[in-house]
Design a binder for this molecule. Structure first.
Ligand code: ZN
Ligand code: ZN
Length: 176
C-alpha cells in the first residue's frame, strides 16, 4: 500500500477503480469523465502523519495537487477516507468556478460522496461517514516509528497489534 505513489495505484490495489470509473462516466459522460479519471489516476498520493485528520485533498486554484492519507487506518477506513477525498477532487473539478474551493463539505460534495460510495454498504450515508470520521480517536502509538493508530474503540487487551508498515508494536496510548 505504501508503494502506491498515485491515487490510481491505490485504487487498483483496493480493487475499486472499475466501480468508480462506471460512476464517473455515468455522471459526466465520456470525454469529460475520462479526462477526469486520467487526472485522478495520476494524482500524487502522499502519506500523512497528521494525528487529527485521516486524509486531505489539496489544490491550488483550479489545479488538483495531491491526496494525503493517514496509512495507519484499518483497510475499510482507508477506503472510506480515500473515497471522501476523491469526492473532493470530483466536486472541485466539476464546479462552475473551481478557482476558489469554498464550502468543501457542501451539497455538491455530498452528492459526489454518494455517487462514489454508492456500491459500499447499503446503509452508508453522508451523516454516518461524517460521524464515523469525527469519532475516530488515536488509541495506540507504534513503539518503533511513533505512528498513531486511530480507531473508534480502544485496542482489545489480549491481542498484540503490529504496525504493518514497520513491524513495530502498537502500545495503547493510556499505557504510555
Ligand atoms: Zn473533507
Ligand atoms: Zn511503526
Amino acid at each position: 500500500m505504501l508503494k502506491c505513489s498515485t491515487v490510481g495505484e491505490l485504487l487498483y490495489f483496493l480493487g475499486i477503480f472499475e466501480p468508480l470509473q462506471v460512476q464517473i462516466i455515468e455522471e459526466l459522460g465520456r470525454p469529460k469523465g475520462e479526462q477526469l479519471l486520467i487526472q485522478l489516476q495520476q494524482l500524487p498520493l502522499k502519506q500523512s502523519h497528521a494525528v487529527t485528520r485521516l486524509g486531505s485533498y489539496s489544490c491550488r486554484g483550479e489545479k488538483p495537487l495531491s491526496i494525503r492519507l493517514q496509512f495507519a487506518q484499518e483497510p475499510e477506513q482507508l477506503q472510506q477516507t480515500l473515497l471522501h477525498e476523491i469526492a473532493h477532487f470530483l466536486d472541485h473539478q466539476t464546479r462552475p468556478a473551481p478557482c476558489s474551493y469554498r464550502n468543501p463539505h457542501g451539497k455538491s460534495w455530498q452528492y459526489w460522496l454518494q455517487r462514489v460510495g454508492a456500491d459500499r454498504e447499503a446503509d452508508h450515508s453522508v451523516a454516518m461517514s461524517t460521524l464515523y470520521r469525527q469519532r475516530l480517536k488515536p488509541v495506540a502509538r507504534c513503539k518503533r516509528c511513533g505512528q498513531l493508530l486511530e480507531r473508534l474503540r480502544r485496542l482489545p487487551q489480549k491481542q498484540r497489534w503490529l504496525h504493518r508498515n514497520c513491524g513495530g508494536l502498537f502500545v495503547p496510548i493510556d499505557q504510555i
